[in-house]
Write a protein that binds this ligand. Structure first.
Ligand code: ATP
Length: 580
């Protein structure tokens, strides 16, 4: 076992093993004492039979029995802290590890997270950590037990009779070698099984997330086949893993037991030859049968141990992923500028050589056809991603050098797709500012035009919202997210207007809430309905990732370019066209 293994099985927290390892070792050492006393008791009892001239030493036997009772109490006293350390430290190491990983995920760039499957990450958080809990609480103590008992026995027994000791341990190296030499196969099978498990988790998540679409379009059969296929593959890999590991483990266990047989055969020979006394032989029989129990359990658990080590390795690798860098605090000046910015999510560029300046306190609208890169500009300003070329500045300073968290304190974002957590309405608004009082939350809700509908809910602000906000309408969710932003009271507002049109009542309320939110701040809005931004200080028109025009509404209309065409079309048709 090397340091990397220890890091892996503890999710990069090997210190969490110190206490369990220490107490388990002490408990195992204490566990040796009763055997020594048992051998002494056997010697005292058998002596008069083997040597008729010797009387049974009852006084000593009573002392041995007393010591045996005391040693059992001592063993119990050592096992309790060992048991507590194993379980407490296992669960606390997993809890600390989960929080650490969640915190780390928050700090990673969205570019990296986009490449990872959410099902995989969820499986890591729940399943992989559960395996580590099991590892620290069960398998590590087993391994320690398997190491301590035989080593102590090897030393102790070799003083009694080196020939029997040699025969007892002769085949053990073969068992250990067998397990170690096949660790490559175990690893390969383990990673195939893990891939199948992750895939099944992803398919299941896809199925559950898309259950409404599946029902609506009657896709049940097709999607279920994919899900079922992944479950079948998982079953196949599980059988393969167990089926191939079984013979390896059983062969290793057979080798261990062969040692015992060898010892008995050698003992009988030596007894018959007269070079071994019965009492020593009995001692070997008692200890020999007992020391190999933990060893066989540990050999059987070794494959499982390697498997969970792989799960831990995945966690450690994710923890090593570099987080977004930057230490500078954002300046007090909130001018925002993009200078020759080029950016793409994968290889395909989404923004090309974009330069735009948005002065502090101004209202800038980003418009253009769907997919032209409007929302991407907001994501770059908030530093969800860093540009490939060019810079985004705030107050003249590159946001790349700024602490991403401090930068986000300056920014309130209202997304197109509002996500509400499975929490109360109050809790969901409080995400804007964790220390806010109930009064402040209600005030923000009033300004965001959601107080009235909240009060009509069965438990008002204490009403639980389903995951993703599934129990509220689209318009209600949007206004809750505006209340969040109100509460945050950040100087910069990044607003990604929803593409879905709202009914007239919701639209009026939404507009009223937005007007209150943006007052006196630096505002950048991705707009789909041009009438909502015709009074903007500056309208930036994007097409295929390039800025094709910018100016005020009247200027753009008179220049009769893309904006004017879009305006006329939207004005005439009352809708936003998919293509210019
Ligand atoms: N996370 C992502 N990973 C890969 N590609 C993405 C991602 N987000 C957006 N894109 C792609 O980048 C391009 C620009 O997306 P963006 O969301 O900036 O467009 P938009 O102008 O805001 O569109 P819309 O008006 O439809 O909201 C699109 O082609 C989109 O498919």
């Amino acid at each position: 076992m090397n340091i990397n293994m220890l890091r892996n099985i503890t999710a990069d927290n090997p210190r969490s093993l110190i206490k369990p390892a220490f107490f388990t070792t002490v408990a195992n050492l204490a566990g040796v004492i009763p055997f020594v006393l048992l051998v002494e008791a056997a010697r005292l009892i058998f002596n008069p039979f083997v040597y008729p001239e010797m009387a049974l030493d009852m006084t000593r036997l009573w002392w041995v029995c007393g010591a045996l009772a005391a040693s059992l109490v001592l063993l119990f006293a050592c096992e309790i802290p060992a048991y507590r350390a194993q379980y407490r430290d296992a669960y606390s190491a997993a809890a600390v590890g989960r929080s650490k990983l969640a915190e780390h995920l928050r700090k990673l760039s969205l570019g990296y997270l986009n490449k990872r499957d959410p099902g995989d990450l969820a499986n890591m958080m729940v399943g992989d950590f559960a395996m580590l809990e099991h590892g620290i609480s069960h398998l590590v103590p087993q391994m320690i037990g398997a190491a301590v008992m035989p080593v102590v026995a090897l030393i102790g027994l070799s003083f009694l009779d080196w020939r029997l000791t040699l025969s007892l341990f002769a085949v053990l190296p073969v068992a250990i070698l067998l397990v170690l030499l096949t660790s490559g196969i175990q690893r390969k099978l383990g990673s195939q099984h893990m891939r199948a498990k992750i895939d099944a988790g992803n398919r299941l998540q896809e199925y559950l997330n898309g259950i409404r679409v599946i029902k609506a379009y009657n896709l049940t059969g097709e999607r279920f086949v994919r899900l079922e296929g992944s479950f079948r593959e998982l079953m196949r890999q599980s059988i393969r893993l167990e089926g191939m590991l079984g013979p390896i483990v059983l062969s290793a266990v057979a080798c261990v037991r062969a040692g015992l047989t060898l010892m008995i055969m050698a003992g009988v020979q030596l007894l018959l030859g007269g070079s071994l006394d019965v009492i020593t032989f009995v001692a070997f029989l008692i200890i020999g049968t007992r020391i190999f129990d933990p060893l066989t359990t540990a050999l059987a658990g070794y494959a499982e141990f390697r498997y969970l080590e792989q799960a831990g390795e995945r966690i450690v690798q994710l923890l090593r992923e570099p987080v977004m860098q930057g230490e500078r605090q954002p300046p007090a000046d909130h001018d925002i500028e993009l200078k020759q910015v080029t950016f793409g999510y994968q290889d395909q560029p989404v923004l090309r050589d974009v330069s735009v300046s948005m002065p502090a306190g101004s209202f800038t609208a980003l418009v253009g056809p769907s997919g032209s890169g409007k929302s991407t500009i907001l994501r770059l300003i908030a530093r969800f991603y860093d540009p490939e070329n060019g810079v985004v500045t705030m107050g003249g300073e590159d946001v790349h050098a700024m602490d991403p968290e401090a930068l986000l304190h300056k920014v309130s974002m209202v997304f197109q797709d509002v996500y509400l957590f499975q929490d109360t309405i109050e809790g969901n608004i409080r995400f804007g500012r964790s220390g806010a009082t109930r009064e402040e939350i209600e005030e923000a809700a009033r300004l965001a035009c959601c107080h009235d509908f909240i009060m009509k809910l069965p438990n008002g602000y204490d009403t639980m919202v389903g995951e993703g906000g599934s129990t509220l309408s689209g318009g209600e969710k949007q206004r809750i997210s505006i209340a969040r932003a109100m509460l945050k009271n950040a100087p910069i507002i990044l607003l990604d207007e929803a593409t879905a049109s709202l009914d007239p009542v919701n639209e009026t309320q939404f507009q009223k809430a937005i007007d209150r939110l943006v007052r006196g701040r630096t505002v950048i809005v991705v707009a789909h309905r041009l009438k909502t931004v015709r009074h903007a200080d500056r309208i930036v028109v994007l097409d295929h990732g390039r800025i094709v025009e910018q100016g005020r509404h009247d200027e753009l209309l008179s220049s009769d370019g893309l904006y004017a065409r879009l305006w006329r079309r939207q004005h005439d048709e009352g809708e936003w066209p998919m293509t210019p």
